[in-house]
Design a protein around this ligand. Structure first.
Ligand code: P6P
Length: 336
């Protein structure tokens, strides 16, 4: 019987990934692992306890917070505070960044940005959802309070990023800049086991993920690309297959395994698109590039964009290199 390496063992084995860390990033990743187990437990019984449905509270995005959104936010915040490895957190569920004003946290080296439960509107219909996290070393002096500049760092400065996908099985996928590694949760022993070492995006694919209900509002380049995906052409394996779960983590995870492209573009009504740069696009872009794929706003690599606000949105294109090259050609040719 094969006994898989655990996430904990893998993190410790690969501590050399973060030379400047003194084991504190290891402890930080372990906090995230613990929080993921707790959130996973609640998601799996969401149908059984009064934790489903909307909380009646709106987050800064004006989106109704699902009760599990709020719950997941508290679980990750508390797990991170408990170990004193983090001096501050930014979250989709928090209007402003959260600064932990105790000496332990003041002396911490890292900030975490997260979407604690992305795609949460899917919970009540039993469709997979995810947690997304992004980790930076602080810029502000250790010992002092955290500052906004700690959170507004360019995506290439991330020291780690990852997601948890709560699906038919629960997986944690992360990178520290040395490849992308996937761990599948075994609830019978409460452990994340290494199941996908050194994950790589297929260079080409046949799956395109986009909400075609917004077709009429898309930029011309995106409209032209969608039609390209739908054309008959045996030489280039078209028409492609349309797959859209409505949960970024799930669509990204499937495309990472099978090849494909995910697009959430700008529209006339939402000129910056819907997805948030800091805690959705930057971490997913770090993973994409580490897995040999691309992530842009249709023109510029996501990781090169200089953030200006915690909750800013950007158009998001990510996936297999060949498919991204093609959509970039359309975006360039039909730039409005
Ligand atoms: P739409 C979920 O709300 C999310 O942020 C992503 O996870 C998902 O891909 C997208 O928005 C879905 O948005 O407008 O297609 O329902």
């Amino acid at each position: 019987m094969l006994i898989h390496k655990t996430l904990g063992e893998f993190i410790v084995e690969n501590q050399s990934d973060f030379p400047h860390a003194k084991g504190d990033l290891t402890a930080l990743l372990s906090s995230i692992k613990l929080a993921a187990k707790i959130v996973n437990r609640e998601i799996n019984k969401a149908g059984l306890v009064d934790i489903r449905g909307a909380s009646g509270i709106e987050n800064i995005q004006g989106e109704e917070q699902q009760k599990l959104d709020k719950y997941a936010n508290e679980v990750f915040k508390n797990a991170l505070i408990a170990r004193g490895e983090v001096c501050g957190i930014a979250s989709e569920e928090e209007d402003h960044y959260v600064f932990f004003d105790n000496q332990n946290s003041r002396n911490a080296n890292y900030v975490v940005l997260m979407d604690p439960l992305d795609g949460s509107s899917n919970i009540d219909v039993n469709v997979s959802v995810g947690t997304i996290f992004s980790i930076y070393r602080r810029i502000s002096p250790v010992g002092g309070p955290v500052s906004m500049e700690d959170f507004l760092q360019v995506g290439r400065k991330q020291v780690a990023a990852g997601y948890v996908v709560y699906g038919s099985s629960t997986m944690l996928v992360y990178t520290t800049g040395n490849g992308v590694h996937g761990f599948t949760y075994d609830p019978s022993i409460g452990v994340f086991c290494l199941s996908h070492e050194a994950m790589t995006f297929p260079k080409s694919g046949k799956i395109y993920s986009i909400n075609e209900g917004n077709y009429s509002k898309f930029p011309l380049g995106v409209k032209k690309y969608i039609k390209y995906c739908q054309e008959e052409d045996d030489a280039t394996n078209r028409p492609y297959t349309s797959r859209y779960i409505g949960s970024l983590v799930s669509d990204f995870h499937r495309n990472l395994l099978k090849g494909g492209i995910y697009i959430y573009p700008q529209t006339a009504q939402a000129p910056k698109g819907k997805l948030r740069l800091l805690y959705e696009c930057n971490p997913m872009a770090f993973l994409a590039e580490q897995a040999g794929a691309l992530a842009t706003d249709g023109y510029t690599p996501i990781l090169d964009l200089k953030p200006t606000a915690l909750h800013q949105r950007v158009p998001f294109f990510t996936g297999s290199v060949d498919m991204m090259d093609t959509v970039h050609q359309f975006m360039k040719e039909y730039k409005e």
